[in-house]
Ligand binder design. Structure first.
Ligand code: SAM
Length: 290
């Protein structure tokens, strides 16, 4: 196996700094810190952060990415749940006057009150090596926060990246895929092996780039209706779309069959074969829509 010298030297430096501060990793907070400079560079390059841009970083940890981001961005706001990291981050970021640290659970923040910090920034990028235990809630929290986000560069568990980027028809294509691809263009940027972190996680990771679209990719009359139908279609994914929707939405077979026929979707197909466009066409025909 090839030795990863960048990760080895970063690992030694990181461990020494954490030991000096008496820091102990908290597994329950998904604390696997990046020690591979090459991966940090790839994440930052993928974000394409300009000198007039802002960065919202979730979970800066010991600041592996934060210092580099502060070098290139106009402003960095980083939110970290673990107050135990405060002395380390304070030390590493002492000479930066464009970084604001918030010690809180990101899910408790009202982002409309945080975004004014980026008032003089051209666009805002979210960058996060996410705690894997709450990847999906954080993703939806960001998409539903109603604040302008240009791109999100997220380190996620490999299997989650596969689901986010999946095309229709396969086992990875599900409600998460459709809901995220409705709002974002998703690309995988890099594969990251466990040896790039300290401590090494038991899973492979992937960096994904989500370009948040100003307008969703397909026209949907009622977002709530669209998400309900997507959820119902995948809740019983081994069933036909007809049966899954009847069960999930509590509707009569004839009624759902008629709507599927109007949307030109064969009732015996499975939900996992429907494209984003087909989900939108179907949702727009459901009762409640004008
Ligand atoms: N960004 C650092 C790096 O790449 O080395 C640390 C990444 S580590 C996978 C995840 C970080 O998110 C940890 O520092 C953890 O304490 C923090 N974290 C976990 N849950 C959080 C939450 N709900 N809100 C904010 N930060 C959180």
């Amino acid at each position: 196996m090839t030795k990863n010298r960048d990760a080895d030297s970063g690992n030694t430096g990181m461990r020494a700094m954490l030991a000096r501060h008496g820091f102990r990793f908290k597994k329950q907070l998904g604390q696997n810190f990046l020690v591979d400079e090459n991966v940090v560079k790839k994440i930052i390059a993928a974000a394409d952060v300009g000198s007039c841009d802002g960065v919202f970083e979730i979970g800066p940890g010991a600041g592996a990415m934060t210092t580099k981001l502060a070098d290139i961005a106009r402003r960095v706001v980083a939110v970290e749940k673990d107050r135990g990291l405060m002395p380390i981050l304070d030390e590493r970021l002492a000479d930066r006057n464009n970084v604001e640290l918030i010690f809180a659970d990101v899910l408790d923040l009202d982002l409309s009150k945080v975004w004014p910090a980026f008032v003089d920034c051209e666009s805002v990028h979210v960058i996060a090596n996410l705690p894997y235990y709450i990847t999906t809630p954080i993703l939806f929290f960001l998409l539903e926060a109603g604040v302008p986000i240009e791109t999100m560069i997220l380190m996620v568990q490999k299997e989650v990246a596969d689901r986010l980027a999946a095309p229709p028809g396969g086992k990875d294509y599900g409600a998460l895929t459709v809901s995220v691809q409705y709002r974002c263009d998703v690309e995988k940027v890099a594969h990251v092996s466990p040896g790039s972190f300290v401590p090494s996680p038991g899973v492979e990771s992937t960096v994904v780039r989500l370009r948040v679209r100003r307008d969703p990719k397909v026209r949907v009359v009622d977002d709530g209706q669209f998400h309900r139908i997507v959820k119902a279609a995948f809740a019983l994914r081994r069933k036909t779309i007809l049966n899954a929707l009847c069960a999930g939405l509590g509707m009569r077979k004839e009624e759902v069959a008629e709507l599927l026929s109007q949307a030109e979707i064969v009732a015996t197909r499975r939900g996992e074969t429907l494209s984003l466009q087909e989900f939108a066409d179907l949702a727009n025909l459901f009762p409640g829509n004008p």
